[in-house]
Write a protein of this length. Structure first.
Length: 253
């Protein structure tokens, strides 16, 4: 359930991140070079294989997003076509050359197509990276909708980080227990808001949980809208099957 809570840091640091190190970003190429406006801190994404990249300073300006095809406004009822998967810490995350993410700023990814598939990819990518990234402040700034909910989350997580650093850090590891994407269900979709229930599984699908996320179109991109009190998900519950969900996992789409 670590992906749904973002509070694992109080148990001994952010899961999946090396001490003082950098996570394997594992983000594939999702957009062509669009000109001189592209900055070094927001390069077009590399090939879809696990790579190492240093987190950029949070103060670094974000380069403009390239134009992505936004013609397909149909809510997907099958796993999206043209998706590749890359390893980020111990989780496999989906990406698309046409729907994003098209920019990587350290651990933060952004620039998703203004389509239902773009919102779905944002939900899969952002919720995982916000949970696992040691540079969560950058992910928060670049990938979460601004507002009092984000401010509350920043305050709470900063306090949790401080408390964790004040005590010996336990090496809990992930040991194959990290939840992998297993399916999705659109609850609603408009041009500026997508409500998506994401299913994740562990132990080869023996244990499954779903979480309900709100993704908002803000400042030209899909961003995670936190809930009251700074919670990432409006609802988290155990699931016994994929019934009612569209199956979606690495190797299956």
């Amino acid at each position: 359930m670590v992906l749904f809570g973002v509070i694992a840091v109080v148990n001994g640091g952010v899961p999946g991140a090396d001490d003082g190190g950098t996570a394997d970003d594992g983000v594939s190429s999702a957009a062509a070079d669009t000109g001189d406006e592209q900055e070094a801190d927001s390069a077009a994404l590399p090939a879809a294989t696990p790579t190492s990249a240093s987190p950029l300073p949070s103060a670094a300006p974000a380069a403009p997003c390239p134009a992505l095809d936004a013609k397909d406004r149909a809510v997907p009822t099958l796993a999206p076509d043209g998706v590749t998967w890359s390893l980020y810490h111990d989780s496999l995350l989906p990406m698309s050359a046409t729907a994003g993410p098209a920019r990587a700023d350290g651990d933060a990814v952004r620039c998703f197509a203004h389509t239902p598939v773009g919102a779905l990819l944002a939900a899969a990518q952002v919720t995982t990276r916000y949970s696992f990234s040691a540079d969560w402040q950058l992910v928060m700034d670049r990938s979460l909708a601004p507002g009092p909910e984000r401010d509350a989350a920043r305050t709470a997580r900063s306090a949790a980080e401080a408390a964790a650093s004040a005590s010996p850090r336990a090496d809990t590891g992930t040991g194959g227990t990290v939840m992998q994407l297993a399916g999705f269900k659109f609850v609603s979709y408009t041009d500026d808001t997508a409500v998506i229930q994401m299913m994740r599984a562990t132990d080869g699908g023996l244990h499954m949980s779903s979480a309900l996320y709100t993704i908002k179109w803000v400042e030209g991109d899909w961003r995670l809208q936190l809930q009251s009190g700074g919670k990432p998900a409006a609802m988290v519950q155990e699931e016994s099957s994929l019934s009612g969900f569209v199956p979606w996992q690495a190797g299956g789409s």
